[in-house]
Design a protein around this ligand. Structure first.
Ligand SMILES: [Zn+2]
Length: 79
């Protein structure tokens, strides 16, 4: 697997592959990840919806057009 990935993380494809990533629901091995990418998935609870929301959030704010909720997101609760 390490050779197949060229020795680098399956996500960022730059940092050394250092962790065997598992699907925590099934226990199955996915691919090799670096320390940061492996930790990032864990921080987002391996939740694809939450990971997509995080990507949209970063992209929306990176565009410099938003100071609050991004398109498709509800306004923040007011009370
Ligand atoms: Zn990585």
């Amino acid at each position: 697997m390490l050779v197949d990935q060229g020795g680098v993380c399956a996500l960022c494809r730059t940092a050394p592959a250092a962790h065997v990533d598992h699907d925590h629901a099934t226990g199955g091995v996915r691919e090799l990840l670096c320390f940061n990418c492996n930790g990032g998935l864990g921080q987002f609870k391996d939740d694809p919806a939450l990971l997509r929301a995080a990507a949209r959030y970063v992209e929306a704010h990176r565009a410099g057009q938003l100071a609050g909720p991004f398109p498709g997101q509800q306004r923040w609760p007011t009370g």
